[in-house]
Design a protein around this ligand. Structure first.
Ligand code: 13P
Ligand code: SF4
Length: 368
């Protein structure tokens, strides 16, 4: 069951009256609460958040940076996490008992994280280990539920982010002969290929058909890729790349590794959210880019760099709809609930899950 069905009805929804407020009034009220609470309140914002929200973030970052920050911060009593559900869960796992993590809209899930559930994962593990024995180390992209992180932690594996997948897969292949990579097949495939592992030594695990999509002997497979994807990044195509190249051959195409293998191969460069931001920040005036990642970030980079030409690789793409659920009214509502002493949208990972999930996160931090 998706977190939309599972969680939304159990939590109070923002009253409609917030929608009637002017932007100016909402901004003033957010600022007033931030000033009143000072360091006791922390607002982390993922790079894919809307401008109307990110302007109030105390810190912005990709998922690795925000996870690191959560592990370091001990001052904030309340952390209002402007990102998606799995990021807020990670934040809760890494923060102290007395700190409360709040997600301003509980419907801000991630369709990729929903593509691997525990039942499917337990079945996959049993069937795969029956075929290849105790030779698999599980890894999970942080874009996964806390339960999946806990599963991985229990089996000696680690989490990865798009910024450190290379290092973590390298480490994993020194521990065991093969890796099960959850839940994003594209990040797993693109990263393993960059590490020199041929596509013939990778196969996709289909959690619905409960089988490896390969004609080969499973013993030859080193990277088992879970059949999941990001519905935003999968929308970039090689056709869009060809069209841009035809229009202007000087445009450099840079994409996120959640894009398909074909798109990553056809692009000039590929890397995590932070990598994309760093390349553009370093580029000289007059540089031209077509960027294959989330739209809010591409628009923000274009606004921050008027001296460069920055467009989306797919100008018709919608932003990540779940990231976009966190808007100014929800941020204000969530802050006012905290201010009244009645925080809502609290993310609390049960201790039995958090302990093992933390092991998986710790292993990631140890090996990057
Ligand atoms: P990063 O790890 O690059 O922050 O990506 C998070 C995400 O959700 C990408 O779709
Ligand atoms: Fe999930 Fe994709 Fe949105 Fe990232 S961009 S939060 S992976 S749906």
């Amino acid at each position: 069951m998706s977190i939309f069905n599972e969680l939304a009805p159990q939590y109070p929804m923002m009253p409609d009256s917030y929608r009637e407020l002017s932007t100016e009034e909402m901004e003033q009220r957010v600022l007033a609460i931030k000033q009143k609470h000072g360091d006791a309140l922390l607002i982390p914002g993922h790079h894919y958040q809307r401008d109307e929200v990110i302007q109030f973030a105390d810190v912005t970052g990709d998922s690795l940076e925000l996870a690191r920050l959560a592990a370091q911060n001990t001052q904030a009593r309340h952390i209002v996490f402007c990102g998606v559900h799995f990021m807020a869960e990670t934040c809760d796992i890494l923060t102290q008992e007395q700190q409360t993590v709040v997600l301003p809209d509980m419907r801000a899930g991630c369709s990729m994280a929903d593509m691997a559930n525990m039942t499917q994962t337990e079945v996959a593990w049993r069937l795969l280990t029956e075929q290849v024995g105790d030779t698999i180390l599980p890894l999970t992209y942080v874009n996964s539920t806390a339960e999946i992180k806990a599963f991985v932690g229990r089996h000696g594996g680690a989490t990865v982010t798009s910024s450190n997948a290379r290092q973590v897969i390298t480490w994993a292949l020194k521990q065991k002969k093969r890796v099960l990579f959850l839940p994003d097949q594209h990040l797993g495939r693109n990263t393993a290929y960059q590490l020199g592992i041929p596509l013939e030594e990778m196969a996709v695990w289909d959690p619905y058909a409960q089988r490896l999509e390969t004609d080969k002997d499973p013993q030859q497979i080193r990277i088992i890729l879970w059949k999941g994807h990001c519905s935003v990044h999968e929308k970039f195509t090689t056709g869009q790349i060809a069209a841009i190249r035809q229009q202007d051959p000087e445009v450099r195409i840079i994409v996120h590794p959640e894009c398909t293998y074909e798109v990553v191969m056809a692009a000039d460069d590929a890397g995590s959210t932070k990598y994309i931001i760093d390349r553009i920040n370093e580029a000289p005036p007059g540089s031209k880019w077509a960027v294959g990642t989330e739209m809010n970030l591409v628009r923000r980079l274009a606004a921050q760099h008027p001296e460069q030409q920055i467009v989306s690789l797919n100008p018709d793409l919608c932003p990540c709809l779940t990231m976009n659920r966190i808007d100014l009214p929800h941020l204000l509502w969530s802050l006012e609930c905290i201010d009244r002493g009645e925080p809502t949208g609290i993310i609390r990972v049960p201790e039995s899950i958090a302990v093992d999930a933390k092991d998986a996160l710790k292993r990631m931090f140890e090996h990057v």
